[in-house]
Design a protein around this ligand. Structure first.
Ligand SMILES: Cc1cc2nc3c(=O)[nH]c(=O)nc-3n(C[C@H](O)[C@H](O)[C@H](O)COP(=O)(O)OP(=O)(O)OC[C@H]3O[C@@H](n4cnc5c(N)ncnc54)[C@H](O)[C@@H]3O)c2cc1C
Length: 332
C-alpha cells in the first residue's frame, strides 16, 4: 500500500468543476503529510486539453481515462474505470467532490473497493498516526464529527464544494498517463438517451459565491425577479436559490432548491428572503460563511443562524439592498 493521494478531477461537458482545484489544494497538503505523491484522475471523452488546466496545482501525475463510453457521466462506467485503476495503483487516500454526480458515484466506488467513505466533508487532515481525518457536519450542521477509516484502503472522502480555497497556481507540469477503459457499451445496464437542460446558462448553486434565496414569503413566481436583480447586482458568481415551499408553489425551479432534499450550498454570502429557517432548509445552507436573513417575523428561526438580520418587509428591503450593492460595485 502506498502513501499516495488521488483526487478525481470532475468535469462536465469539457469544463472542470471548481471543486477539482479545491481537491488538488487539500490533496497536496495531505500528500505532504503522508509523504506520498498527489495524482489526479480525469474521466470523460475528448478531455486531453483539460490536463493543462490541472497543471500547477501540485499533482505530479494525471491519469486520463478518455473513452466514448465515458462521454456522459454514468455511475456504472465511471465506477468500473475508477475501481480498476485504484486496484492497480493502491493509493492510500481517494478524494472526490460532494457534487450531484460525486454523491451518486463515490458510495458505489467505496462499496466495490470494500472500503469506507466519509461523505460531504468540510475539512480533511492527517492525524499523528498518518490516518485521514474527515470532518463532516451532522444533524443539519449542528454537530461536526471527525470520521476515520482505520483499516480499509483507500480511505475515501467527498469534499463539499466551496468550503476550501483554490490554491495559487504554480508552474510545475504533471506527467500524463493515458489509461484504457475495459468496458463496452453493452456492459452498461443503464444508458443516457437524452440530456434535457434547464433554460439559460445558470451558475451551479453549489459553486456560487453569493446566493439570494427566496421562500414562501416571495408569494409568487413573478416576485422572484427582485431576487434575480439582487443576484445580478453582485455579478458573476451570484445565483438565485429557493426553499422547498417556494419550489413546491412553483415560484422557482426544482434545481434551485436548497436544503435536505435539495442542494447543500456553501457560499460566502447567503441572503434568505422570506424563508422561515426550517431545520430541513438549514441543512442545506447553515455552513455558508455569512448569512443575512430578511423576514418580517422577528421570531423566525432563520435569525438564530443569521449573522445579520433585517426584520422588515422583503419587498421594501430587497430593492434597497440591490441599489446599495450597485452603488458599491460602481466604486470598485
Ligand atoms: C422530509 C422533508 C424534507 C424537506 N426538505 C426541504 C429542503 O430541502 N429545503 C427546504 O427549504 N425545505 C424542505 N422541507 C420543508 C421545510 O420543512 C419547510 O416547510 C420549508 O423549508 C419552509 O419554507 P419557507 O421558509 O419558504 O416557508 P415558511 O416556513 O412558510 O416561511 C415563510 C417565511 O416568510 C416570511 N414572510 C412572509 N412574507 C414576508 C414578507 N413580505 N417579507 C419578509 N418576510 C416574509 C414569514 O414570516 C415566514 O417566516 C422539507 C420537509 C420535509 C418533511
Amino acid at each position: 500500500m502506498s502513501n499516495n493521494v488521488w483526487i478525481i478531477a470532475e468535469q462536465k461537458e469539457g469544463k472542470l468543476k471548481k471543486v477539482s482545484f479545491e481537491l488538488l489544494g487539500i490533496g497536496k497538503k495531505l500528500a505532504e503529510k503522508t509523504g506520498g505523491s498527489l495524482s489526479a484522475l480525469l474521466l470523460g471523452q475528448q478531455i486531453d486539453k483539460l490536463t493543462e488546466k490541472l497543471d500547477g496545482y501540485g499533482a505530479s501525475k494525471i491519469f486520463v481515462c478518455d473513452s466514448e463510453i465515458l462521454a456522459n457521466y454514468s455511475n456504472e462506467g465511471y465506477t468500473k474505470a475508477i475501481v480498476d485503476l485504484v486496484k492497480a495503483h493502491n493509493p492510500a487516500i481517494l478524494l472526490g467532490g460532494a457534487t450531484a454526480s460525486g454523491r451518486d458515484l463515490f458510495p458505489r466506488v467505496a462499496a466495490r473497493l470494500e472500503t469506507g467513505l466519509a461523505s460531504d466533508c468540510v475539512g480533511l487532515e492527517i492525524n499523528n498516526e498518518g490516518l485521514l481525518v474527515a470532518e463532516r457536519p451532522l444533524f443539519a450542521g449542528k454537530v461536526l464529527v471527525d470520521t476515520l477509516i482505520p483499516e480499509a484502503r483507500p480511505q475515501m472522502a467527498c469534499l463539499r464544494p466551496n468550503v476550501l480555497p483554490v490554491p495559487e497556481r504554480g508552474s510545475e507540469k504533471a506527467e500524463i498517463e493515458k489509461v484504457a477503459v475495459e468496458l463496452q457499451p453493452q456492459d452498461l445496464k443503464a444508458t443516457i438517451k437524452e440530456m434535457v437542460k434547464t433554460a439559460g446558462e445558470k451558475i451551479d448553486l453549489t459553486e456560487a459565491s453569493v446566493i439570494v434565496s427566496g421562500g414562501r414569503g416571495m408569494a409568487s413566481k413573478e416576485n422572484f425577479k427582485i431576487l434575480e436583480e439582487l443576484a445580478a447586482a453582485f455579478g458573476e458568481g451570484a445565483a438565485v436559490g429557493a426553499s422547498r415551499s417556494a419550489v413546491d408553489s412553483d415560484f422557482a425551479p426544482h434545481d434551485t432548491q436548497v436544503g435536505q432534499t435539495g442542494k447543500v450550498v456553501n457560499p460566502n454570502l447567503y441572503i434568505a428572503c422570506g424563508i422561515s429557517g426550517s431545520i430541513q432548509h438549514l441543512a442545506g445552507m447553515r455552513t455558508s460563511k455569512y448569512i443575512v436573513a430578511i423576514n418580517k417575523d422577528p421570531e423566525a428561526p432563520i435569525f438564530q443562524v443569521a449573522d445579520y438580520g433585517i426584520v422588515d418587509d422583503l419587498f421594501k428591503i430587497v430593492p434597497l439592498f440591490t441599489e446599495e450593492v450597485k452603488k458599491l460595485k460602481a466604486q470598485d
